[in-house]
Design a protein around this ligand. Structure first.
Ligand code: PRX
Length: 658
């Protein structure tokens, strides 16, 4: 099954032969301009990572750079530091007045937050959290829109050594509840609501629903964002503005061990509940600050950098909060949607603030392509000098469009491969050194050891395709899954043995040894740059009273990215009609969040199964993608496939839901 998918994608990619050398003026000023950086890191990776860790401020220097190996590794052992100190305090003397964030609210408000102001807000909230009984090691849930209070909350937690667990504001009450319960959060920080395309997201209402079944949560801190009327439970719920009004703007940062937990962040797995990815302090901060500085070529006193992700995902944790702030750089923080009030919102922000570096996802680039070049053309985008992408394989057409219509045909485009688990970018070009190829993430970052192997774990060599693996730990990688060490080992270190990390992606090496990422090979879909497991969507569907059984697959489209297709068998007496279809889409949104709503639902009386009763998702994927069917010899109920295929084609012809 995996083989088929990998080969299929390789064929499509082989046609791409364009290359782009680093532009001369860019190369001559680049932070990483010397190609020997790779050799240096290869020969002595520990010394290389130590040189990157030295860019941070340590209260106490480490005794050993690296201990252990996969699956258990430690970095900067014995070192003491604080992430919030590195993001704030150390910049105050030289750059306290520098802007940390230009915040832009969706309805149009603007706030300029300097490093000094951010520092004070973080200290205030850190003091408040202590008063609320949050101690070192306690977990704090954060469920906020993209407002300045979100990074403030994260840094306040980091300051007092309380791991945060941020839940994306688009997730439902049930998703929030599950994450709070798994992490055992003591306090939740949320808001009365958030804005999205002019609508209000009822965050407090969702929180109330979640907390009703999250017994560990003692207090709820509520930020006033929309001014909506919300219910406040006496003794449990407190207004953020009341709490910080009297709090001191000074607070020492806790001295944390390099291996102390900085945060948990949940991500989808193939089976069961989401996994709490555990990131620690010293290695993570070293990884995010060095990759941010070298890959985005950050000049802190000049650049206006914009990572247009949501902080609720790892991209925002690493490249809106910890990386950029550790580097003392000025960022844009935009609350809303790219097409609100109109489709040129992003480009008007780039023009107004003189954004020089933009980092976004292929799914956003494709949306802009669809909307048309007239929107970027309305604005002066000449301040842009570097573009980046992350989240899914970028099709060469989108890469070239991005460079031409957003980058004015002159900017390098860095395609960066990484995951929630890796914490920081692992495979990427260095824009002053690397020859770019649209669709290729090119080479492992210095100090990262990656390869492509076959089924048996044997390197495929140049020109071959197979499974991506990392063969040596790097500092920013996660250390375990919260509360489930066995799952950590089983998920990542069983496919090719305990000493090899398997991220779950297919990849190909070209003749130059450059990496081309080919998407997931497990039952995890990549929807708009975010991982959603087929299992979770299936569970949400079966949770509906009218559903007997369901199977969910991701349909790959080289231009559109991956889409969720659900095959659903209704219970006897219930018709698979338009009403049920709408009910199911709404139900999935309710149980998981809108992002997981199936793009298409195909009702069927039965699902293709093996003789042992396992649903054959790979055949359903073939159906969804309109491919020749793979091996059907083990299939129990073959005729059902023709029926499903007929329905699937009819559905496509009728046009699916956007
Ligand atoms: O399949 C890969 C894809 O996104 C997955 C990681 O998802 P998540 O943990 O949600 O983090 C997304 C942002 C870091 C990977 O296993 N992916 C990420 N970046 C790329 C990519 N696939 C191809 N090219 C990329 N640049």
């Amino acid at each position: 099954m995996v083989e088929e998918k990998v080969e299929h994608t390789i064929e499509a990619l082989l046609q791409e032969r364009r290359t782009f050398e680093p532009p001369g003026p860019f190369a001559s000023q680049a932070n990483a301009g010397d190609p020997s950086i790779y050799e240096r890191a290869n020969q002595d990776p520990d010394a290389w990572w130590a040189s990157q860790a030295e860019e941070l401020d340590w209260f106490h220097k480490w005794d050993t750079v690296f201990e252990g190996g996969f699956p258990h590794h430690k970095w900067f052992v014995g070192g003491k530091l604080n992430a919030s100190y590195n993001c704030l305090d150390r910049h105050l003397a030289s750059a306290g007045d520098r802007v940390a964030y230009h915040w832009i609210g969706e309805p149009g408000e603007e706030r300029t937050i300097t490093y000094k102001a951010l520092y004070e807000d973080v200290c205030r909230l850190a003091n408040v959290l202590t008063e609320l009984g949050v101690a070192r090691g306690d977990r704090v849930g954060i469920y906020l829109p993209m407002i300045p209070e979100l990074p403030v909350a994260m840094l306040a937690c980091a300051r007092i050594g309380a791991p945060h667990s941020v839940v994306f504001g688009g997730f439902s009450a049930d998703s929030l509840r599950d994450r709070m319960n798994d992490g055992g959060a003591k306090v939740l920080i949320t808001a009365d609501g958030g804005y999205r395309r002019g609508d209000i997201v009822p965050l407090k209402q969702n929180s109330d629903k979640a907390i009703a079944e999250s017994p560990s949560i003692e207090r709820v801190v509520v930020v006033k964002r929309t001014g909506e009327d919300v219910s406040m439970q006496e003794g449990r719920d407190l207004w953020y503005h009341d709490l910080i009004a009297d709090a001191s703007p000074e607070r020492d940062a806790e001295s944390m061990d390099s291996e102390d937990i900085l945060y948990l962040l949940y991500t989808s797995g193939t089976t069961g509940k989401p996994k709490g990815i555990v990131h620690t302090t010293g290695g993570y901060m070293t990884g995010v600050s060095s990759t941010h500085r070298l890959i985005f070529d950050i000049k802190p006193d000049r650049d206006v950098y914009w990572c247009a992700a949501d902080i609720g995902w790892v991209t925002g944790h690493s490249y809106i909060v910890y990386g950029p702030l550790a580097n003392g750089c000025t960022s844009i923080l935009y609350e809303g949607a790219p097409d609100w009030p109109d489709k040129d919102r992003w480009w008007s922000i780039v023009e107004e603030y003189g954004v020089s570096i933009l980092y976004t996802a292929p799914t956003a680039i494709r949306a802009h392509m669809k909307w048309g070049t007239e929107y970027p053309a309305k604005h002066d985008l000449s301040s842009l000098r570097l573009l980046g992408t992350v989240g899914e394989p970028i099709n060469p057409e989108a890469w070239v469009w991005y460079q031409e219509f957003i980058g004015g045909g002159k900017t390098p485009v860095v395609d960066t491969w990484w995951q929630t688990e890796t914490g920081a970018i692992m495979i990427n070009p260095l824009p002053g050194i690397t020859t770019l190829k649209p669709g290729s993430a090119t080479k492992p970052f210095p100090g990262v050891f990656a390869d492509v192997v076959d089924d048996k774990g044997k390197p495929v060599g140049k020109g071959g395709g197979g499974y991506l693996v990392l063969t040596r730990p790097t500092p920013p990688m996660f250390r375990t899954i919260w509360g489930d060490e066995q799952r950590y080992l089983d998920t990542y270190f069983s496919r090719f043995g305990r000493d090899t990390y398997f991220p779950g992606d297919g990849a190909k090496l070209d003749e130059d040894g450059d990496f081309w990422l080919l998407g997931r090979v497990d039952d995890v879909m990549n929807i708009a740059g975010h991982r959603i497991s087929t299992y979770e969507v299936e569970s949400a569907l079966v949770d509906h009273k009218a559903v007997a059984e369901s199977a969910v697959v991701g349909r790959q489209d080289p231009k559109e990215g991956e889409r969720i297709v659900a095959f659903v068998t209704p219970k006897a007496g219930r018709e698979g009609d338009e009403t049920l279809l709408q009910e199911l889409r709404a139900h999935v949104a309710e149980v998981i969040g809108k992002i997981a709503r199936p793009h298409a639902i195909i009702f069927t009386d039965d699902l293709p199964k093996t003789r042992s009763g396992k649903i054959m998702r790979r055949l359903l994927r073939d159906v969804a993608e309109g491919r020749e069917l793979g091996d059907v010899t083990t299939l129990l109920n073959a005729p059902i496939l023709d029926e499903i295929r007929g329905k699937s084609d009819a559905l496509k012809a009728a046009g699916e839901e956007e």
